[in-house]
Design a protein around this ligand. Structure first.
Ligand code: GLN
Length: 483
């Protein structure tokens, strides 16, 4: 049962082959048995899951339909869940039970999805390996000595290991697409503003976006359908109609113009990954696509710009965790300043503290123009590069990451080495564009992802291309040994 995709589960439930309660029991048992190896969950919500599953079965018995009705999922532990610990991977929020549901959580619950639990993540979503989590690293089911990627590493490890068919995740600089690439999944970061950020604990507000992680494009379409839409509670949510994503999957790729940026193949890209990306291009050409070399000349400036903007926003967002209103408070503070300092010093881990310091520095009087303002100007140039490219092509294709998943601990002493691995993903966040990663092969037994980028609100186009690719390849069906 655990091998089924969301689409297969929906068919099975509709045909009464099994109930949501039966499926939920199977998956909860599988989580109990296998998660100790993976550490992909921070909280398993067994009681909630079983009551939601029973409720979904009752709704189906009354004649209700819906692809998510009774479908088991999990939420990255930065989506607020009412009455349930929402830790954001941090000691700071280890004792925080959210007083309300995030819009994404509420929408999926209303559609009948069953929440199995909350997944592990880098602390406050800062990281690319799930190693900065207060709850310990999650492991990659393809090789337990390697990272599953981050920051949505728990969602990725759990879905890849078939503990459940799909999970929510968020992407500020790649945290849906990069873990998808590292664990052989399909992950979609929607256009900025497509999915509500209300109740999603903020890392960098102008970059954060929630989206689906699943095994197939077909399943990403189903989950995105339940997540997307205008939300008056989020001032950056965009009031655009939500198309039927599943209906967009079967378009022909005849004449589709694919742009491959020449900058993507410079030094730093593992040549074996470059070969797999070229193979995926050939596969799409067989389906009728036309390939063209393009240029994104400002790409080289994106990492420094991102690593000023994201910490700057984070330093502001995380100022609310002061030991007074939320989360961890130090013992016996001597005065208010001592309360702030020790609560924050004890509650935040080293990577979060590093980013708060970098961000506060970049925003400080005297340095603001030199760093933050400059970074914002680069951000505009990055966006302009994409706008020019999308005048010539329909999608942009390249690697999701320059290397496959690294060994646990390999980048501990050099945080900048990890930042450099974000080179292909962060540009979409700076520009607010939608991006998707899908399985494209293996290097040394570790999965490799190909990334597709599209113009604003063209999530359907990304899903269509990925689905057609998946109808003609079988990378996405490969299962890690032991799971
Ligand atoms: N690796 C990037 C960072 O650490 C992106 C993280 C994310 O998308 N949440 O900021």
């Amino acid at each position: 049962m655990h091998h089924m995709t969301l689409a297969e589960i929906a068919r099975g439930l509709a045909d009464k082959k099994f109930s949501s309660e039966e499926l939920t029991q199977v998956l909860l048992a599988r989580i109990a048995q296998l998660d100790p190896q993976l550490n992909s969950f921070i909280s398993v919500t067994e009681e909630l899951a079983l009551s939601q599953a029973k409720a979904a079965d009752a709704r189906r018995a009354k004649g209700e339909h819906g692809a998510l009705l009774g479908a088991p999922i999990a939420h990255k532990d930065l989506f607020c869940t009412q009455g349930i610990r929402t830790s954001c991977g941090s000691k700071m929020l280890d004792n925080f039970k959210a007083p309300y549901d995030a819009t994404v959580v509420a929408k999926l619950a209303a559609a009948g999805a069953v929440t199995l639990g909350k997944t592990n993540m880098d602390e406050f979503a800062m990281g690319s390996a799930n190693e900065s989590s207060y709850y310990g690293a999650a492991k990659n089911p393809w090789n337990l000595e390697h990272v599953p990627g981050g920051s949505s590493g728990g969602s990725a490890a759990a879905v890849a290991a078939r503990l459940l068919p799909a999970a929510t995740a968020t992407d500020t600089g790649g945290s849906i697409r990069q873990p998808a690439a590292f664990t052989n999944l399909t992950g979609l970061k929607p256009t900025y503003g497509r999915v509500s950020r209300w109740g999603m604990i903020a890392y960098a507000s102008s970059l954060d976006q929630g989206g689906p992680l699943a095994r197939t494009a077909e399943d990403c379409a189903i989950l995105l359908q339940g997540m997307a839409g205008f939300d008056p509670n989020d001032s950056t949510s965009i009031d655009e109609p939500v198309p039927d994503y599943s209906a967009s999957l079967n378009g022909s790729l005849q004449g589709l113009r694919i742009g491959v940026p020449k900058e993507y193949f410079s030094a730093g890209l593992d040549p074996r990954i470059a070969d797999l990306i070229q193979n995926s291009v050939k596969e799409l050409e067989k389906l009728g696509a036309v390939v063209k070399e393009i240029s994104l000349p400002n790409m080289q400036h994106a990492i420094p710009a991102y690593y000023v903007i994201a910490p700057a926003e984070a330093s502001s967002n995380l100022s609310r965790f002061d030991g007074v209103r939320f989360g961890h408070r130090c013992e016996n503070p001597e005065n208010l300043m001592d309360l702030y300092k020790r609560s924050r010093g004890e509650g935040f881990g080293v990577e979060v503290q590093r980013r708060i310091m970098v961000g506060a520095y970049a925003l400080s009087a005297g340095y603001y123009d030199a760093y933050y303002l400059k970074a914002q100007k680069i951000r505009r140039l990055v966006k302009n590069d994409f706008m020019a490219a999308f005048n010539e092509v329909d999608i942009i294709l390249g690697p999701t990451t320059p290397n496959p998943a690294w060994k646990l601990g390999a980048k501990d002493s050099d945080p900048v080495a990890a930042y450099l691995e974000d080179v292909y993903t962060i540009t979409a966040n700076l520009a607010g564009l939608p991006g998707l990663s899908m399985p494209a092969g293996f290097v040394d037994g570790l999965p490799v992802g190909v990334q597709l980028l599209a113009p604003y609100f063209q999530e359907g186009r990304l899903l269509n291309v990925a689905h057609q690719y998946q109808l003609n390849t079988d990378w996405h069906t490969r299962t890690p040994q032991g799971f």
